[in-house]
Design a protein around this ligand. Structure first.
Ligand SMILES: O=C(CO)[C@@H](O)[C@H](O)COP(=O)(O)O
Ligand SMILES: [Co+2]
Length: 216
């Protein structure tokens, strides 16, 4: 199983974004996680298209874009043009999830589906083979720096079982409150990719923090 790390830019120093991107390029990070929040689906507004467009020419790693917005279908082409390689939408925001996933794939991106902490993994059983990645939220979406929800381990184990039973190749990503204290247990439970904001960008040595998560 791959062990991927996707640092979340939400916790970065926005006054010195160029330096932060150079750090990511030098690091063992596999992707860069970009949190797009609309103030409607989640009670916070983050950053948007101009930030992604500014980063894209500098960044040497794939853009892993996490859409926390209502009606994400309207923005699939926009995020492809802004440089997204992986585009994740929320289950709770997509009444026609199968269509949305096809829409993302038709635009040449990997399609991810995210579940809020209260949304059961079992709801994905009829669509798991179509999904490139499932993002399990391990905090309530909207903010960085929150406490990891322990029930996430049960969800990882259940999802891993579903993926194996159906012979799918879906990647499991965990997002929220991930740090050096829970990274190994998450990989052991069956996670493939860890997102970490505060644990990377607020650390004294972000390069070492990324290395630590990668080799947990
Ligand atoms: O999607 C989100 C929050 O909604 C995340 O990607 C956070 O940005 C992770 O931040 P930390 O919990 O790692 O500080
Ligand atoms: Co995120």
């Amino acid at each position: 199983m791959p062990r991927l790390v996707s640092p979340s830019l939400l916790a970065a120093d926005f006054l010195h974004l160029e330096k932060e991107i150079e750090m990511i390029n030098k690091s063992q990070a596999d992707w860069l996680h970009l949190d797009i929040m609309d103030g409607v689906f989640v009670p916070n507004i983050s950053y948007g298209i101009p930030v992604l467009e500014s980063i894209k020419p500098l960044l040497k790693k794939p853009m892993d874009v996490h859409l926390m917005i209502v009606d994400p279908d309207r923005y699939v082409e926009v995020f492809r043009k802004a440089g997204a390689e992986i585009l994740t939408v929320h289950y709770e925001a997509c009444p026609h999830l199968h269509r949305t996933i096809q829409h993302i794939k038709d635009n040449g991106m990997k399609a991810g589906v995210s579940l809020n902490p209260h949304t059961p993994v079992s709801l994905l059983k009829n669509i798991i083979n179509d999904v490139d990645m499932v993002l399990l939220m391990s905090v309530n979406p909207g903010f960085g720096g929150q406490k990891f929800i322990e029930n996430t381990y049960n969800k990882v184990i259940e999802l891993r079982k579903m993926i194996e039973q159906q012979g799918a190749s879906t990647i499991i990503q965990i997002d929220g409150g991930v740090d050096s204290t829970n990274a190994k247990a998450l990989y052991d439970a069956g996670a493939d990719c860890l997102v970490a904001g505060s644990a990377v960008f607020r650390s004294k040595d972000p390069l070492l923090a990324i290395e630590g998560l990668k080799n947990a």
